[in-house]
Design a protein. Structure first.
Length: 214
């Protein structure tokens, strides 16, 4: 897929766009590379996007703090909107004066490798080792929505692309009850995941609120 870049990306960050493009091209189709602008708290650039985020979308990283010498965050695990497991590492991008100006996040889709690993473990009897997971960004509302939607769909043995109107309405109501719409621009994000308009999401939310109030 073509890369997406914010028209308002800072000049200092634009130097890293080619790095993001190169990494994504080398490891296509398994990785997505996202450059976040800490000054605007927005996505500045996306190479090989496989998540719903686009350049210009909010990053919601304002609560993230960095140690004076921090260079890397992770690796840590995230869940994509469609339930795929993502292994991520974030590189802190700094200005010449050392001030953090951005994050370059490399998101690797390890779903196929997980499947291969399980197959080998079943055949060879390999004991799965536990890995330490970096807790950074685990409270991100995007991540909470992804995990909730993936779990909801898995429990019902259904995929999002096969949801009918009633199923979509049930999912939105369940997500609302779990306080999944508290994040900034959460309705717009859910609309992207479900492939519907924001107006549809707001209409369904109104129905969900009426149902709870009844």
């Amino acid at each position: 897929m073509p890369r997406k870049t914010s028209a308002h990306a800072k000049t200092g960050l634009s130097n890293f766009f080619a790095v993001a493009d190169g990494l994504a091209e080398l490891f296509r189709p398994f990785i997505e590379v996202v450059v976040h602008d800490l000054a605007t708290d927005c996505v500045a650039h996306v190479a090989n996007p496989f998540s719903p985020r686009e350049a210009g979308d909010p990053s919601d990283l304002k609560e993230i703090t960095f140690d004076a010498g921090a260079r890397l965050i992770g690796p840590y695990e995230k869940i994509n909107w469609d339930g795929r497991r993502i292994k991520t590492i974030s590189v802190v991008l700094r200005a010449d004066n050392g001030k953090p100006i951005g994050l370059l996040c490399v998101n690797a889709d390890v779903t196929q490798f997980d499947a291969a690993c399980r197959m080998l473990q079943g055949f060879l009897g390999i004991t799965e080792s536990s890995a330490a997971v970096e807790p950074a960004f685990r409270d991100d509302w995007h991540e909470k929505i992804n995990r909730f939607v993936a779990a909801w769909a898995a429990e019902r043995h259904i995929t999002l692309d096969r949801l009918d109107r009633d199923g979509r309405r049930a999912l939105i109501a369940a997500l609302y009850e779990s306080r999944g719409f508290e994040g900034r621009r959460a309705p717009a994000y859910v609309a992207k995941i479900l492939g519907v308009s924001r107006a549809t999401i707001y209409n369904e939310l109104a129905l969900a609120k009426e149902g709870l109030a009844a």
